[in-house]
Ligand binder design. Structure first.
Ligand SMILES: [Zn+2]
Length: 177
């Protein structure tokens, strides 16, 4: 019997293949094999991924349901402060038995490989505009300094560059404040 390469995301299904109704559960901790995510936050290589997975044998294949929990790192999109946040995301996919048409996810011999499934679920869950806190005031548009935590009163909202021209237009003297 041929043995394929196995990796940390490979789970055996030999004992439940073609036995609809059978189920196995796995709890595994796997290091991220590489940096996942192209944005300003990502899951760093080696970061522990906490996986809870249920494998259910169904007529068409193995239904994989689970969740992954880990930490992403990067910087706040407004103030550029370093941040690290926990993220937990659920996933589900049917790994089909090999048939005439190739499926995106297939049962391979006696195992399923969850790497692509887990990576895609996690990468999609990473925020495009991460913030260190919901009301992060960001940077001062004039000085580039980090603005103080919102203390109220004198603080001006940073001007979106797209509106700056409009503001000049409506306020030609720039002295209305
Ligand atoms: Zn921030």
């Amino acid at each position: 019997m041929k043995t394929r390469v196995s990796g940390p995301f490979v789970l055996p299904v030999r004992d439940i293949v073609r036995k609809p109704g059978e189920m196995r559960e796995h709890r595994i901790v796997v290091p991220a094999p590489e940096r996942w995510g192209e944005g300003i936050v990502s899951v760093e290589k080696g970061r522990e991924l906490d996986l809870d997975v249920r494998l259910e044998s169904v007529h068409e294949g193995i239904l994989v349901t689970g969740d992954v929990e880990t930490v992403y790192e990067g910087v706040c999109g407004r103030c550029l402060r370093d941040l690290a946040e926990r993220v937990e995301v659920e996933f589900q996919e049917l790994f089909e038995y090999p048939g005439q048409e190739a499926a995106d996810f297939e049962v391979q011999d006696d195992h399923v490989d969850l790497e692509n499934l887990v990576r895609d679920a996690l990468v999609l869950a990473l925020p495009f505009q991460p913030v260190c806190q919901p009301d992060c005031p960001g940077l001062d548009p004039n000085t580039g300094e980090r603005l103080a935590e919102s203390s109220g009163a004198a603080q001006q909202a940073p001007v979106d560059p797209r509106w700056a021209a409009l503001q000049e237009f409506t306020d030609p003297n720039g002295s209305a404040r």
